[in-house]
Ligand binder design. Structure first.
Ligand code: ZN
Length: 242
């Protein structure tokens, strides 16, 4: 769903709620092992020109709502005292090219990053890949972190309806209509990457056929958020508004 354009009078409340969600999600994903130290970042789009994003170089267990930075569509800070994430260009370009997503999660989670280092897309090794919206999680070409080139490489590999893309020698980016959905997909891809890695180390994995995946994808249609489709674990508090 495209980001709406809320009346300016509603935005302070939405920014406060998004900031609370981002701070809480940082702790949640840290506890789940998807984030570590200060690596990774997350954002929520309030409107086309109002994006809440995690700060640069702060441990996730120290980030509070007041540390979240608001940037405009070009990534320029418009509110907050912290420096925005170094991957702000990636988030901003993804939002400009993907009106269907309102939240983005970027991690260096271990198994997804291992496959990203191998440059290996994740094929349909398990039906739960359907939560990514596609039957193969692609790999975006390598570029230095924090650069416009990396942002462009991600845009090139991350077309709708994909909700996940590996970043070569770097990590994982996921997206969704809410922060909870994007985080759910990040955790699902980490699980899938672990399955696939263990399977290729042990032998030659069977890959589900296009026909088998078409049946699964049909079952997932009209199930929004993605998390609902496979029985989500306990979801973090809150949802993105609107
Ligand atoms: Zn990164």
């Amino acid at each position: 769903m495209p980001a709406s354009q809320p009346a300016p009078s509603r935005q302070p409340g939405q920014i406060a709620e998004a900031s609370r969600q981002l701070a809480a999600m940082g702790r949640h994903l840290l506890a789940r092992g998807l984030l570590s130290q200060t690596s990774g970042n997350m954002s929520i789009r309030i409107s086309d020109d109002v994006i809440c994003i995690t700060p640069s170089s702060m441990p996730y267990d120290e980030i509070g709502p007041a540390d979240i930075v608001v940037v405009d569509r070009s990534g320029h800070p418009v509110r907050g005292t912290r420096k925005p994430s170094s991957e702000t260009p990636l988030h901003c370009l993804a939002y400009r090219s993907r009106p269907d997503v309102s939240a983005i999660v970027h991690t260096h989670s271990p198994m997804a990053t291992t496959l990203a280092i191998l440059g290996t897309p994740i094929p349909a090794v398990h039906y739960m890949i359907a939560v990514t919206g596609v039957t193969t999680v692609p790999v975006a070409e390598y570029a230095t972190y924090g650069t416009e080139q990396l942002a462009r490489n991600v845009r090139a590999a991350f077309g709708a309806p994909a909700r996940a893309v590996l970043l070569a020698n770097h990590g994982l980016v996921t997206a969704g209509p809410t922060l909870a959905d994007a985080a759910f997909v990040a955790e699902a891809v980490e699980t899938l990457a672990g399955f696939y890695y263990r399977a290729i180390v042990a032998g030659a994995p069977n890959i589900l056929s296009p026909e088998q995946m078409a049946e699964v994808m049909a079952k997932y249609q009209d199930k929004e958020p993605a998390a609902a489709a496979i029985g989500a674990p306990a979801r973090p508090r809150g949802r993105t508004t609107p």
